[in-house]
Design a protein around this ligand. Structure first.
Ligand code: UDP
Ligand code: MG
Length: 310
């Protein structure tokens, strides 16, 4: 049997400080697999010297390194999808450029895929992120699992492997915003999660601000389920019922005890709670409407200027 070709897709956004360290670690690992391989870097509109470094790497490693140059920043997940278009391996792996996922773990993923798993997820052992970041991830992992009903322990770790069949359906899915590990999970026939090591970012800073992180998590939660909308509806029913009950209670009290104007502040408090929930609900509805709008406009999700080293 001919060994299956491995393609590794690496999204890159302003990583000039990391690339010179990534390349000498990644390429030997792949060469050591003793099977055909390629690395596809997706330059996500970097403004630093990343693209130059990558183009040089493509020249130095003909046949093994390709660079997909995006016209402008499209975000990590879109960059990966853009990278997918230039791959032809039967196994497609994704890896971050910042060396937080050690490339030395790649053979483990390839092994799992050789065993017939079409989606290989990973769980970061001994995570090296800030305390705040870890708590946030935990919260997101739990809520997402509850909302989408998908059993995945660690959505955030981007060192993952996908069989070509899964990559093809993901590419054809045409979603205006998406979250690749969750998308793959939808199409997986035999998924597995394996533990991998995690390291601190070696250089540069995280490309996710708090705002971008929140937006990404909205993508994850609204992109894969309508449970937030249903919860909101449920809350509406419960509030309406309790309001009705409260009204009956007030009426009875009035009949028994006569007119009174006390408790008006309690009503205020209740009114504010309900108003807050209404506003949040409008926001949730807005999230879905906004996504539908993006989708119907049907603009391209990413624009590729050129593929180097092809
Ligand atoms: N990235 C990208 N486009 C973006 C943001 C990030 O291609 O708009 C890349 C980035 O270069 C890195 C990976 O996605 O290779 C993960 O980004 P980062 O390490 O900043 O995320 P974190 O590890 O903090 O979640
Ligand atoms: Mg990182």
């Amino acid at each position: 049997m001919v060994p299956r070709k491995v393609s590794v897709v690496v999204p890159v956004y302003n990583e000039e400080a990391n690339l010179p360290r990534l390349l000498p670690r990644l390429l030997p690992v792949l060469a050591g697999l003793s099977r055909p391989y390629e690395v596809v870097f997706a330059d996500d509109g970097s403004r630093d010297g990343s693209l130059e470094i990558l183009k040089q790497a493509a020249r130095d490693n003909p046949g093994h390194v390709k660079v997909v140059e995006l016209v402008r920043n499209a975000g990590q997940h879109m960059a990966i999808l853009a990278g997918f278009t230039a791959t032809d391996g039967e196994y497609v792996l994704t890896l971050d450029a910042d060396l937080q996922n050690p490339p030395e773990e790649i053979p483990k993923l390839v092994l799992a895929m050789d065993e017939g798993h079409d989606v290989v997820g990973t769980i970061r052992q001994d995570r090296r992120d800030t305390f705040f970041r870890r708590i946030a991830s935990r919260l997101v992992n739990r809520t997402t699992a509850a909302i989408t009903g998908m059993r995945l322990n660690d959505y955030g770790c981007m060192l993952r492997g996908y069989h070509r069949d899964v990559v093809d359906v993901m590419s054809a899915s045409d979603e205006a915003s998406t979250f690749i590990p969750a998308l793959a999970q939808q199409y997986a026939r035999r998924p597995i999660e394996i533990p991998v090591a995690h390291a601190e970012r070696t250089a540069g800073e995280s490309k996710y601000s708090l705002y971008k992180l929140v937006r990404l998590n909205f993508d994850l939660m609204t992109g894969f389920s309508v449970v937030p909308l249903q919860l909101f509806t449920l809350f509406g029913f419960v509030t309406a019922l309790s309001g009705f009950g409260f009204g009956v209670f007030l009426l009875v009290r009035r009949l028994v005890g006569g007119a009174e104007a006390e408790g008006v502040f309690t009503l205020f408090a209740l009114a504010f709670v309900v108003m807050g929930v209404l506003m949040a609900g409008i926001g949730i509805v807005g999230e879905y409407v906004g996504r539908i709008y993006q989708q119907v406009r049907g603009r391209p999700r990413f624009l590729i200027r050129k593929v180097w080293g092809a």
